[in-house]
Design a protein. Sequence first.
Length: 334
Amino acid sequence: MGHSIRAALTLLGAVRTTKAQAPQWNSLDGAETARFAETGVIEHAYFNDTPDKSSRARGYSTAEVLDALSKAKKQEQGYYGETDDWLRNALAEAAHPNWTYAVIGSVTPWYECLLADSGASHVLVIEYHQIVSPDLTDLSEADAALLQRIAYFTPAQFAFLRDLAPTELTVDAVVSVSSVEHDGLGRYGDPVDPDGDLKSMAKHRALLLGGSEAASMETIARFAESNLDFDSSRCVPGKLLFLSMPVGRDCTYWNAHRVYGANRLARLFRGWGLVSFHDGNAVDRNAELLAQVLALAAVEADCTVSGVYLWAAFYQPVFVLCPLATVNETVEVF
């Protein structure tokens, strides 16, 4: 897979991005603010992380990649701290050797290196900013072999190449750490969309099962909204999503990120089954324990204190989810 995909990416060339000011809360229309306010809003956690107009493809230096790989081999933590330990636990329990993973987003080469070191066959990183693969010339044979498993794509490149060679871009598992909670808030230059996170879950389903985001949204709409009991009897076999995002009391910190409590999780997990969740209290936590965690968060954490950014009001466990087939659906996984 590696050489043919890398050659095609070279032909596609660098992608130029545009600079735009991330929208302020008071620039949204009434319908948008009403939708976001369904889960409570703090208006003062503003960030402008839109890409610079002059930026072209960026790359990770050899030193950056080797540092990430070295830390992964030593079982060290990255930016998200203990969440990385919980992810390792989830991977060890639920994943299979030689799987192909799609990683959603890359600010540093951390999760792709963690997965390569964990035995992934291929790691397909999907990132809005085009990333050039690092130079592997002077690396040891062992390190180069691990890093050759990693390939970087923009969403447009991935869609184009998957249409050309769908069997070469088959995905067994998706890893999304601290990504979905940002979607639709405009912080990173993406369009403002109150349902941006829900649409991302449809994209994850399409990555695993094939098809388009629109088709996945139609399939998900056939399910009743999750009541968080997570019946996984209709799991599509051999396909998993490892998902981590802030969990606490339902809230939108505009435009930093969302925090997911029982209300928003019920929508986010529609069409998915819970295999397990991991937060350090036990290796495998079930739906009953999750309900207790969410109930406690709703009491103890209040995200509606105007002007206050409550970093301590949430934490980031790891959920292992499977896409569900509808009652009358037979899913042909390619």
